[in-house]
Design a protein around this ligand. Structure first.
Ligand SMILES: [Zn+2]
Length: 287
């Protein structure tokens, strides 16, 4: 019997958005940490498209006992886009270093995101003439040198494949392809297997299954099928919460775990995806 409380003990949500942010969120970052800690979770990684979240992670972790909080940098326009010095300076702020874990490629400012949403803004591509741009390579060097996690953000599937291949060649070992079920990428199972074989982890988020997900929710069964075909050892389950219509991330992880188990994923595999694999990516003691 898988007791409800056991589900969350050791769980880490690698994809949490909270207030303060440019869009309205129902909880502040420290409130998310309090709720998740009380629910028995091990930690959360805060994500914000506009700012480096490791500053807040540093302070919030001091406020919440027996709980780990991490942050990262999204290379969108506010951080200077593909700006290696943003990573460099964050790492050099000595007390922040243990809290800065992920560098995401552009998300809401990615060229691919703009094309998908048909916005007129000038989006950021990681490519120049079909190959990684010099700025992208500089960013990857920092990620490798500081042993950070490379997150793919909202770049296109083609960009992701080129990125993961080159990053692996450069010696980057911690790679997370974000929200693979999102229609932003049109990524099929063969694409996911190809990225897995290059050494990347594939992130599945509960946000895409929520009833209000635009253009339409992905069925939990579809997510479970992808996990079964690709293998839980290369997958991560996170929430990508919280928008106003979503519950807190601890509830999200609990829901996600039950939905996956209901769709045939074993407890052992769920634990890999919410506990062991996130810990490995963050360089923590295994669960
Ligand atoms: Zn997100």
């Amino acid at each position: 019997m898988y007791k409800s409380k056991d589900i969350l003990v050791g769980a880490i949500d690698l994809h949490v958005h909270a207030s303060p942010d440019t869009i309205q969120r129902p909880l502040r970052e420290y409130e998310v940490a309090e709720v998740a800690s009380k629910a028995g979770m091990r930690g959360v990684l805060l994500k914000n498209a506009n700012t480096n979240t490791s500053y807040n992670a540093f302070f919030i972790e001091k406020m919440v006992s027996n709980f780990e909080v991490f942050g990262g940098i999204c290379l969108n326009h506010p951080l200077g886009g593909l700006n290696a010095s943003a990573i460099d300076s964050a790492v050099r702020i000595n007390e922040l270093k243990p809290y800065l874990k992920v560098v995401w490629m552009p998300t809401i400012d990615a060229e691919n995101d703009g094309i998908y949403r048909q916005t007129p803004k000038k989006g950021i591509s990681i490519l120049d003439d079909g190959e990684l741009s010099i700025r992208t390579r500089e960013v990857l060097q920092k990620i490798r040198d500081f042993d950070l996690v490379l997150g793919s953000g909202h770049i296109s599937l083609n960009e992701t494949k080129i990125l993961v291949e080159e990053a692996t060649k450069m010696g980057i070992r911690k790679i997370l392809v974000n929200h693979v079920d999102s229609p932003l990428f049109e990524m099929n199972i063969e694409d996911q297997k190809e990225l897995r074989d290059m050494g990347a982890y594939l992130e599945h988020t509960l946000a895409v299954c929520m009833p209000s997900y635009i253009p339409k929710p992905v069925s939990p069964n579809e997510v479970a099928m992808a996990i079964k075909k690709v293998g839980a050892s290369s997958c991560i389950m996170s929430t990508d919460f919280i928008d106003m219509y979503q519950p807190n991330p601890a509830e999200g992880i609990r829901m996600f775990v039950h939905l996956m188990m209901k769709n045939g994923i074993s407890r052992e595999d769920v634990d890999k995806m919410v506990k062991s694999n996130p810990a490995t990516l963050l360089g923590l003691e295994p669960f």
